[in-house]
Design a protein around this ligand. Sequence first.
Ligand code: DGL
Length: 269
Amino acid sequence: MDLRDKPIGIFDSGVGGLTVVKQIQKLLPNEDLVYFGDTARVPYGTKSKEAIIRFSIQNAAFLLKSNIKFLVVACNSSSSYALPSLRRLFKIPIIGVIKPVVKQAVSSTANGCIGIIGTRATVSSLEYPKQIKRLRSDLKVKQAACPLFVPLAEEGWMRHKVTRQVALEYLSGFKRERIDTLILGCTHYPLLKSVIKDVMGKSVRLMDSAYYTALEIKSVLQQKDLSAKRKRAGTCKFFVSDEPEKFAKIGKGFLGRNLKSIKEGSADV
Ligand code: DGL
């Protein structure tokens, strides 16, 4: 098989990475995808650096069995900690979700104040501020962990008053800091965009890491001459480590359509 027609592998701690799948399918409709959601061990955002690295290596090894040409780490918590280990161990191109959105945020801020929201793991890793400062050391960066956003998004409470109350609580600090750009540094947060926008006001630009990651994947595939050559629409196979039915049910809201072909697989090697 032509290397270019092999699938792209994508992993996440669970269902959240489907926001990345959605953007990839929009921009790269001919690519075949294989997705692994580690639903048995989700959430990663509350786990230690060591556990996140270990799980991420196992997830990547699982996807490599599907003969993938490219690996996407859709989980922000994994992208915060595991990329150096993954790149050391696996010799295929690997992309995380942090760098693409950071590049955009740095070039689009007008007042030089950028906010980041993510899981506790992502925020503690300081990976977003480090990457922003590497590009422009003069920028002001403020972060906040918003752990309750993950279960609220999975519950489908996108516009619920409780979600609004939680958002007010988490985001009030950003209002005082007068940020003009807010990075949604977690797979689940694009689903809560309208509540976050309401709380932050129109003057703050929300930047979705899923969208910019898909753009970056497209450009890297082109640069490396790895874009699919076939003409038919791409397929997507889903693997999860637990509860495929629950994944299908919640995943429908994340992907915006029904999920077919979900299999159970264990990454625990
Ligand atoms: N996928 C995770 C992330 O983007 C959110 C859910 C979790 O904590 O595992 O960080």
